[in-house]
Design a protein around this ligand. Structure first.
Ligand code: ZN
Ligand code: ZN
Length: 220
């Protein structure tokens, strides 16, 4: 299945510059493992970032230059993936891709899930910088997440099954990005459990009173 929903330019540029928080960087790096298109975009961002740094010494960068760079990142085609970029068989077959597998301690059959709510399990993913929270979530097929808004950014990377979010269906490798303006009620598709990596930099805002009451216990 082809990945349809990718890393946004803002996030990819921060990732390339090394200013993105650890949990979001982990999500981006895991998406890059699955997505040749974004690996090519990331290489462009890296090389253009290096060019920018070099040229800063000589002349200030005009906004036209910045626009040109951003549009290049945006339109970089998914070609030129070198042979060294192809992944080993083990890495390709893993359900939990690198580098996430290193953070959670193994592939799917080695994970220790904890109950978060009825039909929802989680594995908190520890990070050193503490700037945002990452967790692996497992929604039973058909589960609807309570309607909520956000006090910051939420990134979700689907790893198994499907997640229906705001008129789109996301499959393995797809990323959903939301901000303070987004209110949504995603639900897991019918065929298999949906496992996803979710990264938030602020607590969610649940609409139902029950969900708000339980929120402190779940830490989300
Ligand atoms: Zn991508
Ligand atoms: Zn959300």
């Amino acid at each position: 299945m082809t990945i349809k929903f990718h890393v946004s330019n803002d996030i990819l540029v921060s990732y390339s510059a090394g200013t993105l928080d650890e949990a979001s960087s982990l999500l981006v790096a895991t998406h890059l493992t699955l997505c040749p298109h974004c690996r090519a975009r990331n290489r462009s961002a890296d090389s253009l970032g290096g060019y920018l740094l070099d040229s800063l010494e000589e002349a200030p960068v005009s906004s036209t230059m910045k626009d040109a760079i951003l549009s290049r990142v945006r339109s970089e085609p998914a070609v030129g993936v070198s042979k060294t970029d192809s992944l080993s068989r083990t890495a390709r077959d893993a359900i939990i891709p690198d580098p996430l597998r290193g953070y959670v301690g193994g592939d799917l059959d080695e994970l220790h899930w904890r109950r978060l709510a009825p039909r929802v399990q989680q594995i908190p993913v520890p990070t050193v910088d503490g700037r945002s929270k990452a967790r692996l979530l497992r929604f039973q097929s058909g589960l609807t997440v309570p309607s909520h808004g956000h006090n910051g950014r939420e990134l979700t990377l689907v790893l198994t099954g499907s997640l229906c979010d705001r008129d789109s269906i996301l499959y393995r490798g797809d990323i959903a990005e939301t901000d303070e303006r987004t209110e949504h009620q995603p639900f897991a598709g019918p065929d298999e459990d949906c496992i996803c990596l979710a990264v938030t930099d602020a607590p969610l805002r649940f609409k139902s009173k029950m969900a708000r009451l339980l929120q402190p216990f779940f830490g989300i």
